[in-house]
Ligand binder design. Structure first.
Ligand code: HPA
Length: 269
């Protein structure tokens, strides 16, 4: 795997993707953040050696390099999901590449269903911990040059960045939540009984991404910060018909607040 990572990293460096300080993986409906980047370079995933190609509508599939608030960053606009048929290793390969490009921190966003009864549609939830119900991307042979066999997950989400994000939200009078993100395979949204079950086992929100990338990032010692946009509710009495379009629509509405949090966090690095 290290050979493949090096091949892809060298290709990206030759295209000018040099020394980014942070990587961002943008979820459903949050693509607009890249509009604020200057001196941009973009490459479609399909033109990057060893990258899988993203197939979901609304997930564009581009790697974008540029400056954001004066810092060099690299953004994945569109991610790889397990439900698309990619293996756990393919889902997280790009994260390995970002690490070897030199990023010091990984930022992630996603759309999720809220199972905490206090949540409302449109809430932004800072992820403090997760429950991974997807196959673990580290299953298989381990390369000690990349990370240890049994990585600790006691602080999967960086405490300092969580604190900082909550401060930023308060300064901007934003409504912000904290909570546990549960990842399930999808592509079905949950039945009412499943939402209830996920709440009982400790989740605040449920989605179909993020945990594989965070696991792989932590395997390499990369600090992570992640946020969910609550696009629908999996709470008894509040469950409405959910579609990919309704999720995209609700996620887009929070874009300006998400951009504020991400911009200020990156500026604080
Ligand atoms: N469940 C799973 N994934 C999701 C949801 C949900 O309710 N909303 C957005 N992504």
């Amino acid at each position: 795997m290290l050979e493949k990572i090096s091949e892809t990293t060298e290709f990206l460096r030759s295209e000018g993707f040099i020394d980014p300080v942070a990587g961002i993986i943008l979820g459903t409906g949050l693509g607009g953040l890249t509009a604020k980047m200057v001196n941009r370079k973009e490459i479609d995933y399909r033109n990057i050696p060893n990258f899988p190609v993203s197939t979901v509508e609304g997930h564009e599939g581009k790697l974008i390099f540029g400056e954001f608030g004066g810092r060099k960053i690299v953004v994945m606009k569109g991610r790889f999901h397990y439900y698309e048929g990619y293996g756990p290793e393919q889902v997280s390969f790009a994260v390995r590449v970002l690490k070897y490009l030199g990023i010091k921190c990984l930022f992630l966003s996603n759309a999720a269903g809220g199972v905490n009864p206090d949540f409302q549609i449109g809430d932004i939830m800072v992820i403090t911990d997760h429950i991974n119900l997807l196959p673990n991307p580290l299953v298989g042979q381990n390369d000690e040059r990349i990370g240890v066999r049994f990585p600790d997950m006691g602080e999967a989400y960086d405490r300092y960045l969580i604190k900082k994000a909550l401060l930023i939200a308060a300064e901007h009078h934003m409504r912000i939540r904290k909570g546990v993100y549960l990842a399930t395979s999808g592509p079905t949204f949950e039945t009412p009984a499943e939402y209830k079950y996920f709440r009982i086992i400790g989740a605040d929100a449920v989605g179909m991404s993020t945990t594989p990338e965070v696991i792989v990032a932590r395997h390499m010692g990369l600090p992570c910060f992640a946020v969910s946009v609550i696009t629908d509710l999996g709470v008894e009495g509040k469950i409405a018909y959910t579609t990919h379009e309704s999720v995209q629509h609700e996620a887009e509405k929070t874009e300006s607040n998400m951009t504020i949090i991400m911009t200020e966090l990156i500026n604080s690095l």
